[in-house]
Design a protein around this ligand. Structure first.
Ligand SMILES: [Zn+2]
Length: 93
């Protein structure tokens, strides 16, 4: 371990942290994200839309009062199945 290159670790760590933060943010978004129209938290698998300001609209509210042209849309993701299965496998083994 004495020969470990900590300078190299410094180069890698920020990228790793960014990746971890991104995953955490993605997870939080799925919980925290609320429709601007009805204040409902979009369901997993539901498509949500964003306007230019980043305001979130669910499918229904986008049709009723949302932006005519959403700049971005994506499916709300649930827990990562692969991760859960990996933990289960480890517990069994
Ligand atoms: Zn809504």
């Amino acid at each position: 371990m004495a020969d470990w290159d900590w300078d190299q670790f410094d180069d890698v760590a920020p990228e790793l942290q960014v990746a971890l933060v991104r995953r955490a943010v993605d997870h939080c978004d799925a919980v925290r994200e609320r429709c601007h129209g009805c204040r409902r938290t979009p369901l997993v698998g539901e498509r949500v839309y964003f306007d230019e300001a980043g305001t979130v609209y669910c499918e229904l509210c986008r049709a009723l009062e949302g932006p005519e042209v959403a700049t971005e849309s994506r499916i709300v993701h649930g827990p990562e199945f692969g991760h859960s299965m990996w933990l289960t496998d480890r517990r069994v083994a």
